[in-house]
Structure formats: structure tokens, C-alpha cells
Design a protein around this ligand. Sequence first.
Ligand SMILES: [Zn+2]
Length: 82
Amino acid sequence: MTDLGLTILVVIICLVLGLIVCILSGIAGSKHYFVCRNCGEIFRPKWTQMCFNAHVFDEHLLKCPFCKVKGFCGDKGKNFNN
Ligand SMILES: [Zn+2]
């Protein structure tokens, strides 16, 4: 195998591993409850939303399914009871 072929292989493996980590974290995140800063509703996002969103600590940039406003939502954890 040439050096170029090896480099391409390493890049592909990194991308695949990155994608797997992304999907797993998305699935884990979709089991959490989030509170909308705009309307105060509690919701659970789809895992696809959680895969590619930006987040700072427990604040995730999500689109609220109730008021349709995209903003930072606080993570309330897996077992949130209101
Ligand atoms: Zn809302």
C-alpha cells in the first residue's frame, strides 16, 4: 500500500469513528429532557437533532417543537418529572 493510500484509509477510519461517536451521543442525548428558554415547555429532542447541535456544558442549541424557536435549552436529565 502506498503512503497516500494509507493516509486516505486513516482519514476514512477517523471520519467513521467520529460519525459513530456523534450518533451514539445523539441517541444518548435524545433520552434527556430539555426546557425551552422561550416558552418554558419541556421536550425530548430527536436523536438526529442531538447529533449535530452545538452545546455549551448543559445548554444545547435546539429548536423547540412547541414554539419553533431555536435557542439554548437547559438539560434536565433523563428522569425529569414536573
Ligand atoms: Zn419553546
